[in-house]
Design a protein around this ligand. Structure first.
Ligand SMILES: Cc1ncc(C[n+]2csc(CCOP(=O)(O)OP(=O)(O)O)c2C)c(N)n1
Ligand SMILES: [Mg+2]
Length: 319
């Protein structure tokens, strides 16, 4: 089915927003303006964008420690996210959580997560709740190749399969878990092949092709919404930066990084939309300009916001 022009433009805007947001975070982190840890998604933008373009505001996602892209693609706000990264009171968690604790239940973001594989069982719970309430809501559970080796993956996917839960598992195979290559920790060439152990469908796609992700996840979501249960979608991609900002990355061959940079998903999608005459070069430049201004405003908002007061430290710790 042809995708509406507005939707395609929106997807480009989302990819550009993720890229510019994270480039700014990288710069501010290096300058010492952002405390704690940040794990950047640069190079993987097509996955969150293509997957979440299938969701409505009532649907859910669970995210990871590398979550900025997922949160932005589901409608998270750049100003509140930036303020949270800066540790400011105006941030999503009042500056007390940082990158890995950002959540916004009002728009179905069930949280970034510092526990690798932690979202898998949360996604199952949200999907079970949708099923019990008889809604047509679905859940996308984002996870890494490393997380797919965790016990929660087997438990969560198996139970979701048995109970036909409306969840789509999107494995972002960026080839590394911290410093370890997936080829050292898995003997299956496609992680999605593991779906056969659970009796659910699987698909492996080019994770740098936003339309391929959109279509594959779209089919999986249609199945989930109509009560046919979960699907395992594997998206092959690459993380351009270190595991965390500041990671010396001695374990990554330079040529490998250069090869993947040639497959940059953001300009590739821009070119595709220009070739399809969905956008002109001028339209695309204008979008980039608007996004640059938005991120500039978000950074300024964060920088000018106050830190939480020491006496607020224990507020909101228990719900
Ligand atoms: C349960 C658990 N084990 C280990 C860690 C430490 N850790 C943080 S990220 C990470 C690697 C995750 O790799 P992957 O799932 O492939 O995600 P990626 O970082 O590549 O996006 C590890 C081992 C953790 N946070 N939680
Ligand atoms: Mg990984």
């Amino acid at each position: 089915m042809p995708v509406e022009k507005e939707k395609l433009i929106d997807m480009y805007r989302t990819m550009a927003r993720i890229r510019v947001f994270e480039e700014r975070v990288s710069k501010e982190f290096a300058a010492g303006n952002i405390p704690g840890f940040v794990h950047l998604y640069i190079g993987e933008e097509a996955i969150a964008t293509g997957a979440c373009a299938n969701l409505g505001p009532d649907d859910y996602i669970t995210s990871t420690h590398r979550g900025h892209g997922h949160l932005l693609a589901k409608g998270g706000r750049t100003d509140l996210m930036m303020a949270e990264l800066y540790g400011r009171k105006t941030g999503y968690c009042k500056g007390k959580g940082g990158s890995m604790h950002i959540a916004d239940a009002d728009i179905g973001i069930l949280g970034a997560n510092g526990i690798v594989g932690g979202g898998i069982t949360i996604a199952g719970g949200a999907a079970l709740s949708a099923q019990m309430r008889g809604t047509d809501q679905v859940v996308i559970c984002f996870l890494g190749d490393g997380a797919s080796n965790r016990g929660t993956f087997h438990e969560g996917v198996n139970l979701a399969a048995c109970w036909n839960l409306p969840v789509v598992y999107v494995i972002e195979n960026n080839m590394y878990a911290e410093k370890t290559r997936i080829s050292d920790t898995s003997r299956v060439p496609n992680l999605a092949d593991r779906a056969s152990s659970y009796g659910i469908p699987d698909v492996t796609v080019d994770g740098n092709d936003v339309m391929a992700v959109y279509e594959a996840v779209g089919e999986a979501i249609a199945r989930a919404r109509s009560g046919e249960g979960p699907t395992l979608v594997e998206c092959k991609t690459y993380r351009w930066h270190g595991h965390y900002e500041g990671d010396p990355q001695a374990y990554k061959p330079k040529e490998e990084v250069e090869e993947w940079k040639k497959k940059d998903p953001v300009p590739a999608f821009r070119k595709r939309l220009v070739d399809m005459e969905v956008l002109t070069e001028q339209d695309a430049d204008k979008i980039n300009q608007e996004i640059n201004e938005e991120i500039e405003r978000a950074a300024k908002f964060a920088q000018e916001s106050p830190f939480p007061a020491p006496e607020e430290t224990l507020e909101d710790v228990f719900a």
